[in-house]
Design a protein around this ligand. Structure first.
Ligand code: CAA
Length: 380
């Protein structure tokens, strides 16, 4: 067993850290305040190859592994969790299902454009009435000649409005329950497709989250992803990798909050010495660092399993559960280390705390992760 990163993984970490610190971090607070997505940052990520990080060069990617991808999401989230999730949803939720289930034509058309970053991707599973109970979706897709006609709406779509391509799940045969769900690649220009309400959120405010609406939306039959009835499986398998991307985001948020806290604990003096030299704060920092490291190891392990083509559903559920809970705990403690200042916008820790909360909710709540883990334990 070897816990050292490869030269390539170290190089990617350094490149993304430099980019994050110099180009993403300086405007993170302002973009959060203004709820503003910056397309230039996305274009810069594309130039660095991040938008196609795990995809082979023949599809416009840079052919790195899933661990490199997680390291990139972690480093971005260390300064700006919104930028981290923009990349995560684009790569894991939109790129991955096309890479795994797409035809050669679909990969050349859609995956290549997303990998090169000329187009942005998103994933539409959740509906107003079906969140955790994803199989209970109501959006329908009816075959009409050489098209499908989609009707319904999806909510909480990360990259909603920005995205050019949406992986949309819809019922093609209601009698078959989850086995009657199919997946489609929907372009934003398809007739009958529109973007609905944009959410106002507690955190990840510079990553837009919207509703998408399909009203007699005509989708060419060639845009069916995988086979009819395979959609629920595609949705679940996509989330397996997506969840580990969110774990990486959570590790990055927690690390960013710890970095800020150690810096402050060295500077801030009370009772004649730095607060970091006082056990109440020092022990907090030690606990924060230990939990982050445990979360990072689980996350890297799950990414490694995916790259090695080993089963990783349980590993990803565990990494997201652990890292999401850690991010919430660590960022809350970070605010405590900063005291009254931590509660203000003068320091970044309140933003980290707001951003951390979503990692316990999206891509399956942490309660759903416990369900996934326990089901697999009991089936073993
Ligand atoms: N891989 C492959 N197949 C899987 C699978 C996986 N990880 N998980 C389930 N399946 C298959 C099962 O094997 C089963 O197949 P068969 O019928 O052939 O046996 C089928 O799917 C149904 O499985 P379950 O009976 O376990 O399904 P369920 O209805 O009980 O639901 C669930 C399981 C885990 C609760 C699932 O519904 C779930 O993950 N819910 C949470 C949804 C979620 O994460 N939503 C997030 C949306 S994305 C987002 O957050 C927005 C964003 O943009 C970031």
């Amino acid at each position: 067993m070897n816990f050292l990163l490869t030269d390539e993984q170290e190089m990617i970490r350094k490149m993304v850290r430099d980019f994050a610190v110099n180009e993403v971090g300086p405007t993170a607070a302002e973009r959060d305040e203004e709820e503003r997505f910056d397309r230039e940052i996305f274009d810069q990520m594309a130039e660095l190859g991040l938008t196609g990080i795990p995809w082979p060069e023949e599809y416009g990617g840079i052919g790195a592994d899933y661990l490199s991808y997680c390291i990139a999401v972690e480093e971005l989230s260390r300064v700006c969790a919104s930028t981290g999730v923009t990349l995560s949803a684009h790569v894991s939720l939109a790129g991955w299902p096309v890479y795994m289930f797409g035809t050669e034509e679909q990969k050349q058309k859609y995956l290549r454009a997303m990998a090169e970053g000329s187009k942005i991707g998103a994933y539409g599973l959740t509906e107003p009435g079906s969140g955790s109970d994803a199989a209970n979706m109501k959006t329908t897709a009816e075959k009409d000649g050489d098209s499908y006609i989609l009707n319904g709406s999806k909510i909480f779509i990360t990259n909603g409005g920005l995205a050019d391509y949406y992986i949309v799940f819809a019922v093609t045969d209601a009698a078959k329950k989850h086995k009657g769900v199919s997946a489609f690649i929907v372009e934003k220009e398809f007739p009958g497709f529109s973007v609905g309400k944009k959410e106002e959120k507690l955190g990840i405010r510079s990553s837009p989250t919207t509703e998408i609406i399909m009203e007699d939306c005509r989708v060419p039959a060639e845009n069916l992803l995988g086979e009819e009835g395979q959609g629920f499986k595609i949705a679940m398998m996509t989330l397996d990798g997506g969840r580990n991307g969110i774990a990486a985001q959570a590790v990055g948020i927690a690390q960013g909050a710890l970095d800020a806290s150690t810096g402050y604990a060295n500077e801030r003096k009370q009772f004649g010495k730095p607060i970091g030299e006082q056990q109440g704060v020092a022990f907090k920092l030690a606990d924060m660092a230990t939990k982050i490291e445990a979360s990072r190891l689980l996350t890297y392990q799950a990414a490694w399993r995916e790259s090695e083509k080993l089963p990783y559903s349980k590993a990803s559920a565990m990494s997201k559960l652990m890292a999401g809970d850690t991010a919430m705990e660590v960022t809350t403690e970070a605010v405590q280390v900063f005291g009254g200042y931590g509660y203000t916008k003068e320091y970044p820790v309140e933003r980290y705390m707001r951003d951390a909360k979503i990692t316990q909710i999206y891509e399956g709540t942490n309660e759903i992760q416990r369900l996934v883990i326990s089901k697999m334990l009991l089936a073993d």
